[in-house]
Ligand binder design. Structure first.
Ligand code: BG6
Ligand code: MG
Length: 214
């Protein structure tokens, strides 16, 4: 019995993944580190600091904590500049209609995102009211693939993990949800998200059958 749907934000509800990439790419260029779109897959779903660690590792660069904080802050400033220009047109097609179907059918909805910018984004897109619960990067201590964020979402929603379906675009997120017995719908490339129970490319035309036929 599915009682709730939990959505990742970046790359699922809205294409902020491209802004994360652009901001990290700008930083990597400044540091003289070669950073590709393929490398960027490893950054999806992981925290800001862990993302920086991955980039520094690609460039074989060792920095102290203070220097790392300065760089992470710099990237975030660029990123916030990008997202502050976003509008509702950047919400992925079909997302709002699908969430409305869920709510009309008494299925609870939550956001579970590692991003500390979650609230800014939801506010910017006028989406806050569509979710019963919002868990963001300021409320967790362990990043995906640790399931902490999804367990917290289930707890706040007052449902059991096996009553939840998670929508995820990140390999780390798929793993996190599966670890606690949640069903996972991958959003994106089936070759990359091969461990998900099923994969969709878009929310357009989606109805309840997608979650009941998992
Ligand atoms: C996740 C993104 O949702 O949030 C990651 O997939 C990102 O790419 C992480 O690093 C943290 O985001 P922020 O906005 O707190 O830097
Ligand atoms: Mg994501």
């Amino acid at each position: 019995m599915i009682k709730a749907c939990i959505f990742d934000l970046d790359g699922v509800i809205v294409d902020t993944a491209k802004y994360h990439y652009l901001a990290w790419k700008k930083l990597a260029d400044e540091l003289g580190i070669n950073f590709t779109l393929e490398d960027n897959e490893r950054l999806k779903g992981v925290s800001r600091m862990q993302s920086l660690e991955i980039i520094l590792e690609l460039g074989n660069l060792k920095l102290d904590e203070k220097e790392k904080e300065v760089l992470a802050e710099k990237k975030n400033k660029w990123y916030v500049e990008y997202i502050s220009r976003m509008g509702k047109s950047e919400i992925f097609p079909g997302v709002e209609a699908f969430i409305d179907i869920l709510r009309e059918n008494n299925i609870k909805t939550a956001i579970a995102s590692a991003s500390k910018n979650t609230r800014i984004i939801l506010e910017r897109l006028d989406l806050e009211k569509k979710f019963d619960v919002i868990i963001d990067g300021t409320m967790i201590s362990k990043a995906k693939p640790d399931p902490e964020i999804f367990l917290k979402a289930a707890e706040y929603l007052k449902v059991q993990p096996n009553e939840c379906v998670v929508f995820e675009d990140a390999v780390a997120g798929v793993e996190a949800a599966k670890r606690v017995g949640m069903k996972v719908i991958g959003v994106g490339d089936p070759d990359i998200l091969k461990d998900a129970h099923t994969v969709i490319q878009s929310f357009e035309g989606l109805d309840l059958s997608i979650i009941y036929n998992l």
